[in-house]
Design a binder for this molecule. Structure first.
Ligand code: UD1
Ligand code: CA
Length: 428
């Protein structure tokens, strides 16, 4: 299928209520930026050829994030920031002559899913709409634009709360701020926006009225799960969104056959794949992108920090931290260890308190550790990377490994133990 949808993601706003030096859209849930969630979910529809991210407040930081992570995204600067309509208009030049559809959405809605976006796009096409607004129903909506319908139930306008009459305020269908436009037809609306409203801003929502008054079809598509429209404006909302996301992930995993002993104290990022019959013990924290094979046991009190791939029957025990490492079948890392930038073979046994020393603080470089099949480490040993333990090699307790250990060899660094007989008798 040819990709013929482009997105405009609004991310220029200040996010004053976050009370932070960090731009709002770069705040994180499970160590992933809010804007990252939006870009990933949009890209996963498989329809997007290009994303435009509208930046303004702390533009350089947001640009750097986008450039480092997304090849198909381009940042456009909005300065000054004159409202959501003015923000989306920043992509007007880049979209000149574009014949496809454009999805416009806010950069601070991390809970919106690909599944919903797909249904939304499908509905827009099925109904031959020129403009579709994603709406949601809330019992007692606050601060949202209201979806206004005519006597036949058709969408007629979106009215901001600050501009709304009491009757309009009573409407419980709201604008989520996600729109799909047939660009060739609806884009002239951007040349006709004005700022004659309570906030003196160019409202993106006014494209609805323009579309209808130009004889084109505008409609709304109602969100099934209204938590997907949850926008982040404060630290409290950031924490709430993290909780919603965490519960969503845990419910999905439970349904897929993963055993989670204590869902309350378990945190698993949405980008972690876990096979059935894995057991996750309490107080485990898993962030980033990871893959966990069947019959693994994780925790209690374990932390996976991303880039972790576990084969089958791997055991990660208490107070173990794993980052960016591949671990093959039936290997145990049972207690008090750090494994980073490593490759562990199968049937490896990592003794309690083993550390892979992967980071040179002076040069800021990271190095890899390789531990081959059947090898083992004694308790309290340090592997100073880059270093390799051969197949079935072993290192004794307390060893500092700074050279490769060949297969089947024993490595040992140990000061001789001295015993002073009757030492304490003398002193008494
Ligand atoms: C907007 C909608 C409202 C909807 C709500 C959903 C308008 C006029 N109103 O209101 O109907 O219910 O979103 O959350 O569109 N931004 C810019 N540049 C600007 C202004 C805003 O990039 O000049 C960005 C913000 O960073 C934010 C998004 O646009 O990501 C929404 O802006 P915000 O001011 O929060 O809009 P709302 O008043 O919430
Ligand atoms: Ca908002």
């Amino acid at each position: 299928m040819e990709k013929n949808v482009k997105s405009i993601i609004l991310a220029a706003g200040k996010g004053t209520r976050m009370k932070s030096e960090t731009p709002k859209v770069l705040h994180k849930i499970f160590n992933k930026e809010l804007l990252g969630y939006v870009l990933d979910e949009v890209n996963k529809t498989g329809e997007i050829s290009e994303n435009f991210v509208i930046v303004g407040h702390k533009a350089e930081e947001v640009e750097k994030f986008v450039e480092n992570h997304y090849e198909n995204a381009k940042c456009l600067l909005q300065s000054p920031q004159l409202g959501t309509g003015h923000a989306a208009f920043q992509a007007y030049e880049d979209l000149k002559g574009f014949e496809g559809e454009v999805i416009i959405l806010n950069g601070d809605i991390p809970l919106l899913t690909t599944g919903t976006l797909k249904k939304f796009i499908e509905n827009h096409r099925k109904n031959n709409a020129a403009l579709t607004v994603l709406s949601a129903i809330f019992e007692n909506p606050q601060n949202y634009g209201r979806i206004i319908r005519d006597e036949n139930g058709n969408l007629s306008a979106i009215v901001e709360e600050k501009d709304a009459t009491p009757e309009q305020k009573a409407v419980n269908e709201i604008n989520t701020g996600v729109y799909l436009l047939d660009w060739a037809k609806v884009s002239p609306a951007f040349l006709n926006l004005d700022s004659n409203n309570a906030q003196g801003e160019y409202y993106l929502t006014d494209i609805v009225k323009w579309t209808i008054s130009n004889g084109l079809k505008a409609q709304s598509f109602i969100l099934e799960d209204n938590t997907e429209s949850f926008g982040i404006n404060s630290k409290a909302q950031l924490a709430q969104a993290a909780k919603i996301l965490k519960n969503r992930v845990i419910n999905r995993l439970l349904e897929d056959g993963v055993t989670i002993v204590d869902p309350e104290t378990t945190y698993i990022s949405p980008d972690t794949e876990i096979a059935p019959d894995v057991i996750i013990y309490p107080c485990t924290y898993i962030e980033g992108k990871n893959k966990i094979g069947k019959d693994c046991k994780i925790g209690p009190f374990a932390r996976l920090r991303g880039g972790v791939e576990l084969g089958e029957g791997v055991k990660i025990g208490n107070f173990v931290e794993i980052k960016n490492s591949k671990i093959k079948n039936h290997t145990n890392v049972s207690h008090l260890s750090y494994v980073g930038d490593s490759e562990l073979g199968s049937n490896v046994n990592i003794g309690a308190g083993t550390i892979t020393a992967n980071y040179n603080h002076a040069t800021k470089e990271k190095f890899c550790t390789k531990i081959n099949d059947g090898a083992s480490t004694g308790s309290n040993s340090v592997l100073v990377a880059p270093v390799e333990l051969g197949e079935n090699a072993s290192i004794g307790a307390g060893t500092v490994v700074s050279k490769d250990i060949p297969a089947f060899a024993l490595g040992l660094t140990r000061a001789p133990l001295k015993i002073f007989a009757d030492w304490f008798k003398k002193s008494k």
